[in-house]
Design a protein around this ligand. Structure first.
Ligand SMILES: [Zn+2]
Length: 160
């Protein structure tokens, strides 16, 4: 009988030790599984890009008509791009084509009006864009040009 009790005590201790070891292993396996799931989870999707809005402006300059486009990030109130586009015929409101020949000229395909190439040179487009930006900032005082915007410097309206 005593021998049986001793045997029971030894076996009980052995089972308790084995149960403790298995419990620890199970805890470690669960931690490893959680870590794997965390690593394998898809990366959080980046926020969608801020939508941009195009503002078209209309300007007359040196007998030509222009429709420059300003690109703005509305949420940030930033002007991020400017484009002068092609000069248009003031009479027909059609885009002009640059014709080369003895002298380069901007020509309307509808009314055949000719304008000297200088009417739409870099200086002219710069003046058109500067005027367009000035008008835009006067009407939209919350907006500002993005840092590094490759655009002519527009005179900012005085802060109210
Ligand atoms: Zn025309």
């Amino acid at each position: 009988m005593v021998l049986f009790l001793i045997l029971f005590a030894v076996l009980s201790a052995a089972f308790a030790a084995e149960a403790a070891r298995l419990t620890d292993e199970l805890r470690l396996a669960r931690l490893a599984l959680a870590e794997s799931e965390r690593r394998l989870a898809p990366a959080p999707t980046p926020p969608p890009p801020t939508p941009v809005r195009a503002f078209e402006c209309r300007r007359e300059h040196s007998g030509l008509l222009w429709f420059p486009i300003l690109t703005a990030k509305d949420e940030e109130k930033l002007i991020v791009g400017v484009s002068s586009g092609l000069p248009h015929c003031l009479r027909c409101v059609r885009p002009l084509r640059l014709r080369s020949g003895r002298t380069e000229a901007w020509v309307c395909s509808a009314c055949a009006a000719r304008h000297p190439a200088e009417a739409a040179d870099l200086k002219a487009t710069d003046e058109v864009l500067t005027g367009c930006l000035s008008d835009f900032f006067a009407r939209h005082p919350a907006y500002r040009p993005a840092p590094g915007l490759s655009a002519p410097k527009a005179a900012r309206p005085a802060a109210a």
